[in-house]
Design a protein around this ligand. Structure first.
Ligand code: IMP
Ligand code: MG
Length: 183
């Protein structure tokens, strides 16, 4: 294991199993939508959701479009959230569509709250949120909710499976806790 990582929180096997379950859960809900054919848009939040979304979409056996959005919440080396920075345009033409936002982790919830309200301005048919991880924050619940959550995790800084610290560790295949001295 990389020497900057303290311990593995979620193994590759558990991630694989849970992503499969999430896919089944989402597919079950999508099947309830009568007009879902060709009206489903998944919006992964780059860059953190890249790995998760790549695995998730292969568990969704129906017609869908992918539209990326890029948002950064922890610019540079700082651990303190400096707010939500849109690094790309919000996808267009979402009116009447069923939108599923896909993100790596729900922490304060500000990222999801901002993105959701920008999407809602376009009058989509529905907006749902799927996150792989939800942090159990010491300072209270997040300002936005997710409809699908892979794993609740303790209030620690994690990397791997797409999640980064200062741009690194995204390629680590499991979810791991970063050593405090590596930050
Ligand atoms: P929020 O706006 O506070 O919910 O932050 C969500 C974003 O912050 C996520 O999309 C991640 O990019 C990033 N983030 C929050 N916690 C962590 C973490 O433990 N590791 C890596 N990135 C994190
Ligand atoms: Mg992110």
């Amino acid at each position: 294991m990389n020497r900057d990582l303290a311990h593995v929180l979620i193994s590759q096997d558990r991630i694989r199993q849970r992503v499969h379950e999430l896919g089944e859960q989402i597919a079950g809900d999508v099947n309830l939508i009568e007009d879902s054919e060709a009206s489903l848009v998944l919006i992964p939040v780059m860059t953190g959701a890249m790995v998760f979304c790549a695995d998730l979409i292969r568990q969704l056996p129906f017609k869908l479009r992918l539209e990326l959005v890029a948002i950064s919440s922890y610019p540079g080396k700082s651990m303190a959230s400096k707010g939500v920075k849109m690094a790309s345009e919000v996808p267009k033409n979402l009116e009447g569509k069923h939108v599923l936002i896909v993100d790596d982790i729900l922490d304060s919830g500000h990222t999801i709250a901002v993105l959701k309200s920008l999407i809602q301005e376009q009058n989509p048919a529905s907006v749902r949120v799927c996150v792989l991880l939800e942090k159990q924050r010491r300072d209270g619940p997040p300002v936005a909710k997710a409809d699908y959550v892979g794993f609740p995790i303790p209030d620690e800084f994690v990397v791997g499976y797409g999640l980064d610290f200062d741009g690194y560790y995204r390629n680590h295949p499991e979810i791991a806790v970063l050593k405090p001295e590596a930050r």
